[in-house]
Write a protein that binds this ligand. Structure first.
Ligand code: 21W
Length: 273
């Protein structure tokens, strides 16, 4: 597919500090053409910030029928991916990219997160191994991969969509892949809070108005309103995030005021009833 082997030479663009090579080992390489349909990953590939090279594991099967699966030892339903073609495919990818980190996508893996994405963005290459059927022979995991990733507690039909999630999240952390107007630093999860609500024109939409402060031009008031909105959202929807988030003195003050307001309301309510 988009095997654009060479990054733009560093002399042609001194701002280009990093280049990421994704090599995907899969039985469904065609699935990865979805990344070329549109969006930031497509642009990053076109502008040669990243490359995505899907490699068909079946190409490494040696027998006449290119067999990649077999029945599980010990019995049970379904099929297991044979170790030999997967091992050959991994060795092939590692030989071409000795600096790459080899990751197995599996429901048993470490939970993928923004922090993991940031760490992965520091590698020069990632080799993403996607399983199908009931999984890959355990000896692959033991000897040929550096780490195992899951994207969440739900059951997919294979590792390919998970690999694309990793490619998407890591690509946008490569400097230059986001437009200048956008910054990965400002994302939710990067500051540890959920994002504040966003609005655009029209000012009034089906009777719902944009908050006045956002129209005020008072940038300090806007910054404070957004911070407060982020805090409220995070308290209500993801209090778990606040337990690890470093809150400022202003944040604590704001939340104390909220707490006081809630207490006042509850107090009035119980005296009234
Ligand atoms: C789903 C493979 C379920 C195997 C032992 C005994 C990669 C994934 C996947 C898949 C099983 C990720 C069994 C979140 C996911 C993935 C395919 C269960 C049956 N094993 N992140 N019986 N969710 N899924 N195998 O499903 O490959 S990352």
């Amino acid at each position: 597919m988009h095997d654009n082997n060479t990054p733009k030479s560093e002399s042609s663009n001194y701002a280009r500090s990093r280049y990421m090579r994704f090599t995907v080992l899969t039985l469904f390489p065609e699935m990865f053409s979805a990344l070329l349909i549109g969006g930031i990953v497509k642009r990053a590939i076109e502008r040669q910030y990243v490359s995505v090279e899907p490699i068909n594991i079946r190409d490494f099967a040696k027998d006449r029928h290119h067999t990649v699966d077999d029945r599980p030892y010990g019995g049970g339903c379904g099929m297991v991916m044979k170790p030999e073609p997967v091992a050959e495919a991994i060795r092939h990818a590692k030989k071409r990219h000795p600096e790459a980190c080899t990751l197995l996508l599996t429901p048993q893996g470490r939970l993928f997160s923004q922090m993991v994405a940031q760490k992965l963005a520091g590698y020069a290459g990632l080799i993403l191994v996607c399983g199908r059927y009931e999984g890959i022979d355990e000896r692959i995991r033991e000897h040929l991969v550096d780490d195992e990733l899951s994207i969440g507690d739900y059951v997919l039909t294979g590792g390919e969509l998970a690999a694309m999630v990793v490619i998407d999240a890591v690509t946008r952390l490569i400097p230059g892949t986001l437009g200048s107007e956008d910054s990965a630093q400002e994302d939710s999860f990067s500051n540890g809070l959920l994002e504040y609500p966003q609005y655009t024109r029209p000012r009034s939409f089906e009777g719902a108005n944009v908050p006045e402060v956002l129209l005020s031009g008072d940038h300090s008031a806007i910054r404070q309103w957004r911070r407060h909105a982020s805090l409220i959202r995070t308290v209500l929807r993801r209090p778990d995030l606040l337990m690890v988030q470093a809150l400022t003195a202003g944040d604590i003050e704001f939340m104390k005021k909220l707490q006081q307001d809630i207490k006042t309301i509850i107090g009035k309510h119980s005296t009234a009833s």
